[in-house]
Design a protein around this ligand. Structure first.
Ligand SMILES: CC(C)(COP(=O)(O)OP(=O)(O)OC[C@H]1O[C@@H](n2cnc3c(N)ncnc32)[C@H](O)[C@@H]1OP(=O)(O)O)[C@@H](O)C(=O)NCCC(=O)NCCS
Length: 200
């Protein structure tokens, strides 16, 4: 092979390697759902999060972002709006083989940017990963300070009556507070098997 042809071939290979290793967070698409489910349910099997079925994922796909590495989805997160001033980070999960590489941080940062875009001032999470969320500027709060609406998912949780998740909040002080109705606070005791219809 001539020197010019060899050089071209090397450049093509280098570009291909860069493209293959491209990393990014992007909004999820319907085609990502099976992979999202695989990642979430692999952690759900270890009791770290709730199982998700296809119906739940398709229905909420617009809330989701995925982390893509070399063309493969290796992490996911969803940002669900709770109230006028609050959104919840849900379904945050990183493929076991990719843990500890900054992917969880990138996914939470995507949520922070999306919250800013929407004008949401507070981000919350119900989690067992206190250390991780503290690194990202979240602090532990009493569960009773969260709106009652947050607990609507709990009816699907096997730990409903003995919830041991930690409630954490991060306030985005650069997002203006808006004048809006106040959410109904959570009564003391927190375990709510079925929400009364008026709170739906
Ligand atoms: C929690 C999880 C999303 C973290 O993702 P990750 O990609 O491994 O985290 P990152 O590499 O982005 O970590 C960001 C920082 O948090 C730290 N961190 C990560 N997990 C931590 C933990 N359990 N305790 C304390 N610190 C932690 C990292 O050391 C890193 O700190 P640094 O920036 O100073 O180096 C991932 O472990 C996971 O998918 N766990 C199972 C599912 C789960 O529990 N999801 C949360 C549901 S709310």
């Amino acid at each position: 092979m001539g020197r010019i042809a060899l050089k071209k071939c090397q450049t093509w290979r280098a570009n291909r390697d860069i493209l293959c290793a491209a990393k990014m967070v992007r909004p999820a698409r319907l085609i990502d759902v099976p992979r999202i489910q695989e990642i979430i349910n692999s952690h759900a099997e270890r009791g770290r999060m709730l199982f998700k079925n296809f119906a739940q994922l398709y229905e909420n796909i617009r809330d989701f972002a995925v982390y893509e590495y070399g063309g493969d989805v290796v992490g996911c997160v969803a940002l669900g709006i709770v109230w006028s001033d609050m959104a919840e980070i849900r379904s945050l999960a990183v493929d076991e083989d990719f843990i500890g590489r900054g992917i969880g941080r990138s996914l939470v940062e995507w949520c922070v940017e999306d919250a800013r875009r929407l004008g949401v001032r507070k981000l919350m999470s119900l989690t067992y990963e206190q250390g991780f969320f503290e690194k990202l500027g979240f602090g532990v709060v009493e569960k009773e300070t969260l709106p009652l609406k947050v607990w609507s998912e709990c009816v699907r949780c096997p730990k409903n009556l003995a919830c041991d998740e930690i409630a954490m909040v991060r306030e985005l002080f650069d997002v203006p507070q808006i004048d809006a109705p106040v959410a109904i606070p959570t009564p003391r005791g927190v375990s709510i098997p079925v929400l009364p219809a008026e709170y739906d």
